[in-house]
Design a protein around this ligand. Structure first.
Ligand code: PLP
Length: 432
């Protein structure tokens, strides 16, 4: 096919292509991207947008990065892919070693898969097989309301029952045990009464549970809420008492986004199983990983199956692993901690004016995540084109207008982003 004109592209897209959580043939605004460089998306009509979304949390070092491109091209000249059954390769082994080295101490073993949702499925399977190997059939999990863990069925079952549309799939998904979502913020004063519901639920139900799964510190897609670390220490203590595997889904938070390399470091504790995705391959190619402790791995090994029952076709894809390995080196070379700290300062300063808008309920920042919570659900169709007119790319959902810029964003990029965000909100909400 020859190059499409802009109009042909939009027409064919409407006719044939699904987009996330969207209707086919929708008349919602759509923008064609021609290329991307650094923190800028270049649209087919020539306009350039400062990216505030990091392509759903994933782009850490910017687009079209020479070092990541090089890792990808060099690996493609050796091999794009080989099966992982009975074969192994340097990109996977190196990456696994890097992940074990940088992650909390008990996590020793790495299972690679294709996407975040699958990494969650794998984590939940590990917990189920952990119990199977101890002669017990357990498959129920405890989680918080307002969580998000992906769109496959087991992952969906631990997403918030309301925003995850459980009613639509009620016959198809497992009924999990939901605790109220954390209410205290990361910087609130802790009250011990906050842990009483978790204690009661686990006291009553621990014998039927295979494990506990939560997003540590940041409830992302379920509300962009930054919660108190003591919820995690409560869960850690209870899971130790009742011998339940504790799973942290660090798919959105892993690799520095919250100001710590892993969000669980805010609570100075480690899970038994941890999921990584999104950020892992720096926004280049889909890749995810599930890490577990030796205790979990050895127990699974002793079980009736003796093997772990999962094996995606594209497991440990060499292209993705090569890019991910180089990306982790870049985190260190670029001093990610300083990058994220300066983004935090810039977002705090840049988003503060939004607090003066009548329509805004709350403004909060943690690491390289900035959130403007509105009082009412935002009108995406109206707001998104206005962001684009102001030269920025943001994709709000529900009441949340939020950004998580790539780590390489400069103070200048960030002040333009925040300023345009403010002006766009002012235009929509203060028009009189
Ligand atoms: C995005 C996300 C997932 C799902 O990852 P996919 O790659 O989209 O399948 C799971 N958990 C969390 C916390 C996420 O943010």
């Amino acid at each position: 096919m020859s190059t499409l004109s802009e109009q042909q592209l939009y027409d064919l897209d409407r006719k044939h292509v699904w987009h996330p959580y969207a209707a086919l043939n929708s008349d919602a605004p759509m923008f064609a991207v021609d290329s991307a460089q650094g923190v800028r998306l270049k649209l087919k009509d020539g306009r350039e947008l400062i990216d505030g979304m990091s392509s759903w949390w994933s782009t850490l070092h910017g687009y079209n990065h020479p070092e990541l491109n090089k890792a990808l091209v060099e690996q493609s000249q050796r091999m794009a892919h080989v099966m992982f059954g009975g074969l192994t390769h340097e990109p996977a082994v190196k990456l696994a070693k890097q992940l074990v080295d940088i992650s909390p101490a008990p996590l020793e073993h790495v299972f690679f898969s294709d996407s975040g949702s699958v990494a969650v499925e794998v984590a939940m399977k590990m917990a189920i097989q952990y119990w199977a190997s101890r002669g017990q059939q357990r498959s129920r999990f405890l989680t918080f309301k307002r969580g998000y863990h992906g769109d496959t069925f087991m992952a969906m079952s631990v997403c918030d029952p309301v925003t995850g549309m459980h009613s639509l799939f009620s016959d198809a998904i497992q009924q999990q045990l939901f605790a109220e979502a954390p209410r205290l913020r990361i910087d609130d004063i802790w009250h011990d009464s906050e842990s009483s519901e978790l204690k009661q639920l686990l006291h009553k139900h621990h014998r039927e549970l295979a494990g506990v799964i939560v997003e540590p510190i940041v409830q992302g897609t379920g509300g962009m809420f930054f919660y108190h670390a003591n919820y995690l220490s409560t869960l850690r203590e209870l899971c130790d008492n009742y011998d339940l595997p504790l799973i942290f889904d660090e798919i959105a938070t892993g690799l520095g986004r919250t100001g710590k390399l892993f969000a669980c470091e805010h609570a100075a504790l480690a899970p038994d199983i941890m999921c990584l995705g999104k950020t892992l391959s720096a926004g280049y190619i889909t890749l995810a990983a599930t890490l577990c402790s030796s205790n979990i791995a050895m127990q699974i090994q002793d079980g009736p199956a003796s093997v772990f029952m999962h094996g995606p076709t594209f497991m440990a894809n060499p292209l993705a692993c090569a890019v991910a390995g180089r990306s982790i080196e870049l985190l260190h070379e670029n001093n990610w901690q300083q990058q994220v700290q300066s983004i935090e300062l810039a977002l705090k300063k840049g988003l503060a004016p939004c607090k003066t808008l009548e329509a805004v309920a709350d403004v909060r920042v943690l690491g390289a995540i900035g959130v403007v919570e509105m009082k009412e659900t935002v009108d995406l169709r109206r707001l998104q084109p206005i962001f684009v007119e102001h030269g920025i790319w943001l994709r709000p959902f529900g009441k949340l207008v939020y950004c998580m810029p790539p780590y390489i964003s400069t103070d200048d990029d960030l002040s333009k982003l925040c300023n345009a965000l403010y002006l766009s909100l002012e235009k929509v909400y203060c028009a009189s």
